[in-house]
Design a binder for this molecule. Sequence first.
Ligand SMILES: NC(=O)C1=CN([C@@H]2O[C@H](COP(=O)(O)OP(=O)(O)OC[C@H]3O[C@@H](n4cnc5c(N)ncnc54)[C@H](OP(=O)(O)O)[C@@H]3O)[C@@H](O)[C@H]2O)[C@@H](O)CC1
Ligand SMILES: Nc1ncnc2c1ncn2[C@@H]1O[C@H](COP(=O)(O)OP(=O)(O)O)[C@@H](O)[C@H]1O
Ligand SMILES: [K+]
Length: 511
Amino acid sequence: MKIFSAEQLYEADKITLEKQQITSAELMERAGEQVFQWLHQRLNAAQVPIHIFCGIGNNGGDGLVVGRLLIQHGYNVHTYVVNCSDKRSKNFLINYDKIKNVSKKWPALMKSEADFPQINSEDIIVDAIFGIGLNRCPDGWVKKLIQYLNESNAYKLAIDIPSGLYANMPLDNAEAVLKANFTVTFQTPKMAFFLPETAKFAPNFDVIDIGLDESYLNSEEPLAQIISKPQAQKFYKPREKFTHKNTYGHVAIVAGSYGKMGAAVLSSTAAFRVGAGLVTAYVPKCGYQILQNSLPEAMVVSDKNETILSEIKFDFEPNSIAIGMGIGKDEITVSALKHFLSEVKVPLIIDADSLNILSENKKLLKHIPKNAVLTPHPGELKRLIGPWKNDYDKLEKTKKFSNKHKVIVLIKGSYSITVYGDKLYVNTSGNPGMATAGSGDALSGVIAGLLSQNYDPLLATVFGVYLHGLAGDIAAQDLGYEALMAGDIIDAISQAYLELFTKPEEEEKGQ
Ligand SMILES: NC(=O)C1=CN([C@@H]2O[C@H](COP(=O)(O)OP(=O)(O)OC[C@H]3O[C@@H](n4cnc5c(N)ncnc54)[C@H](OP(=O)(O)O)[C@@H]3O)[C@@H](O)[C@H]2O)[C@@H](O)CC1
Ligand SMILES: Nc1ncnc2c1ncn2[C@@H]1O[C@H](COP(=O)(O)OP(=O)(O)O)[C@@H](O)[C@H]1O
Ligand SMILES: [K+]
């Protein structure tokens, strides 16, 4: 599935009307009908009061369609027009008349705070105030209405997008956005649903296919590609019968320092679990016994230095290398990294302390090999690319960095985003239980293990992040979020592979 901008959706809307020879009112009916069905399936004719707040644009028009259909099915509906201006869209007016014909009275006109209705906590609020046509920050009594609705404990369903949120622009004021429990969004999820500053307003959403023109959408460059199960299934490379361990490659995990040897253990184990043929951990001397004891399947090469890495040199040819987990930032390690980067030729993942070393020694950036994968969490990213004004600025700066240095940058977090030049891939697996020490080390091992199996670097990153998140989701089913530890994610990688092929889902039409 792809994420499109508001501008692209308006264009798709226009082309759809021409190609399908339908009116915009018919398209609105199609959209509103599906939102009605969504509610109807869940409410099953329950007589709970439903308060529908309609703006004066097409989002409000959608709200009026939903209201009319609910009334026709015997629901207990209260419809309000949030009269933020005297203008009305054509389709708003068409549906304003239609709802009157059904309910025999006009919706209540709201003009100030005095018109705010009483809402009980068992009621339902439908937010159809503003959609993707929002063009400025809600203010005055309309902002107060949004705050009033937010204070209510009633369940809030937003149509298309929570009012006050832009589809793909930075937030004006978090105090003027409806906090929806659920959003039913048309055709494609909006970029705002996936970014830390705005995702909290749309924590749950369903996408409704309103049949916008597929050929147009397929020809357009999306803002981002969403990675979920159907995509991940396509990424998977099945194993062939007459293969051997060398077919699946040799991973080198360059990690660990005194007191942080667990990072090397976790990454190496994850590389095995994801299917690497051979794994060698390259660690300071003090890690030798630890690795041999905790992961007998791995080979271990130790640095001559007891506690930190002082030289990164292999007497074998790895197929992929993950470097940086728990290595610290000692001067000796910095110069070892410098030397290593100027010589390395194999697919590479740069994580954790090696990212911080790069941030503190920017001239090293020119040595990073093409298509290396950098896996910063937001703190590491900030050190690498500098501060950003908002989430969109962060993405633009990361794209610039990716283009300049010809690298893949994975911004980790909830909805991790892979940035490859100007392209964005938004991951949908994972959960807050994964916010625990070592889960990033596990991810580096996963990506290294896929690289060694000949997945190309972009695919290894995007697929690896999905698998890692899915393993976290599977582990959380048994353990809950709090108890989840990085080792549990690694243990669940096997289930994640199996889950990928149980109950196959169909790719959404045309996306
Ligand atoms: N695209 C599709 O495929 C389909 C889209 N559909 C639906 O259409 C929705 C988009 O509708 P839309 O373009 O009419 O814009 P919408 O969000 O209703 O608001 C615009 C109105 O609000 C006003 N206004 C804006 N900001 C304001 C503020 N801060 N404070 C006060 N007023 C403000 C602005 O007024 P103005 O700036 O002109 O003063 C204008 O009148 C979309 O989200 C979806 O629900 C479906 O029906 C079918 C298929
Ligand atoms: N709230 C969350 N939802 C989904 N995934 C998360 C969440 N918090 C963390 N993660 C994932 O867990 C990993 C954490 O990585 P990182 O911060 O580098 O941890 P560490 O340095 O402790 O190994 C990343 O892959 C990240 O995407
Ligand atoms: K809305």
